[in-house]
Ligand binder design. Sequence first.
Ligand code: ATP
Ligand code: MG
Length: 206
Amino acid sequence: MMIIKDEHYISEGLARKCYYHPDNNNLCVKIGKPDVEVLHLYKEINYFKKIKNKDTSRFDYQFYAEYHGEVETNLGTGFVYSLVKDETSQDISLTLRHYLEMKEAPFKDDIFVKALDRLKLQMIKHKVFVGDLRARNICCKILADNSLELIVVDGLGHRDFLPFADWFTFFAKKKVERRFLRSNMHSLSAQRDLIKRVRATGATII
Ligand SMILES: Nc1ncnc2c1ncn2[C@@H]1O[C@H](COP(=O)(O)OP(=O)(O)OP(=O)(O)O)[C@@H](O)[C@H]1O
Ligand SMILES: [Mg+2]
């Protein structure tokens, strides 16, 4: 059984806690919080099973953190993912939420706009959908040449009964664009406003 200790803790969302994999610092292990329904945790896992045969060599870049399966841990069932790290420092990449809240971010806004556009195009082209599109679920990976790649670390999947978007690019495009709009991810000012509103409610996980 894998033993996870407090020292492995990275961060958490509403549903899961995220830890370093104790034997491989390029991976993380996510554990469901006690009051979270198991079914909720498996929604994303089932979607990963569905998309596992995508030809990732056709991706412009790996735009979501890959899922590597389940593991039994001292804290319960763990779900293993690739850990997103900056090439420049090997630190865990900050999320888009971190950068959008910075007074003086190290990247200009148009860098984020372009990176978001690139991410959106990959989702459409490869028909990989993100239901829970939030700034805290997107890591900003800094590459060696100081450019940015946005990588989705949580919230993949969709609940369409008739998944036309899985089959036709026309519907995939409509679906992704609608999701960006509804999630206020179509403009940085809309996303910053949303983050401000959520922060003003006193929430700790933004
Ligand atoms: N693969 C990863 N690489 C780097 N950091 C990650 C990764 N996965 C998660 N994180 C960090 O851990 C945080 C919590 O993880 P995650 O989003 O999976 O939890 P969650 O409870 O499912 O979130 P939510 O509240 O959005 O449903 C993320 O916001 C991010 O900061
Ligand atoms: Mg999350």
